[in-house]
Design a protein around this ligand. Sequence first.
Ligand SMILES: [Zn+2]
Length: 109
Amino acid sequence: MNEDSERRLALNEVLFRDTNEAIERGQWPQDPARVVRFRCECSRVDCGQAVELTLAEYEAVRRFPRRFLLAPSHVTPEIETVVSRTPTHVVVEKEDRPGEIAAATDPRR
Ligand SMILES: [Zn+2]
């Protein structure tokens, strides 16, 4: 995969992270055990898959600027490494250039 397509895929995921941050902010009450439907943060622009997890699980992903939340079958091994896997979602971490883009654009930093 060349650098341009890597960068494009990384930016798609960053966009879906922003969407999920807005979904989380819209939750009330902010109960950590509450199950919320987030968006899959994979690199497919046309992915509309919902991913359900608790606010506490979501917060655990967002503590790391290079980590993203995906539907179980949406991992792109060329640009990410699986950190954890549950029946409902997968957490991946970006390395190299995609990781730098993810960290540089983290809305929480
Ligand atoms: Zn997806």
